[in-house]
Design a protein around this ligand. Structure first.
Ligand SMILES: [Zn+2]
Length: 121
């Protein structure tokens, strides 16, 4: 519950930051359908050096305002996959579950192609 509220608030703040970045570039409020080129910087980090960490984050910032416009948290671990792989692998419904889950999982976790059948958590 708290994480969902925090996520919604973060999304709203980033939308407002995009509008401020557009305003900074144009010097006036943008029209609702207007596309504005915004100069951004990108940086990222992992929890530990050397990409050995399971978690990392990338951040897009406006070069004009310095505000965060977007961010992406990356994880090498999908807890649902870890649980299913350990407890259910080899059971009849595992393949059915995996077929439903893999698309959602691959959107969140970049390692997923090597996950099925090859990863132990
Ligand atoms: Zn998964």
């Amino acid at each position: 519950m708290v994480s969902r509220i925090a996520e919604e608030e973060t999304e709203q703040q980033m939308k407002e930051a995009v509008e401020r970045a557009k305003l900074a570039v144009l010097g006036r409020p943008p029209n609702p359908s207007e596309t504005v080129d915004i100069v951004v910087t990108f940086d990222g980090t992992w929890a530990k050096r050397g990409f050995t960490s399971n978690f990392g984050v990338g951040v897009v910032m406006s070069a004009d305002t310095g505000e965060v416009l977007d961010r992406k948290v990356l994880s090498k671990i999908c807890l649902e996959c870890c649980h299913r792989t350990g407890a259910y692998k080899g059971k009849e419904d595992y393949r059915e579950w995996w077929d439903k889950h893999k698309e959602e999982c691959s959107e969140k976790f970049y390692w997923v192609k090597s996950c099925y059948g090859n990863r132990s958590c």
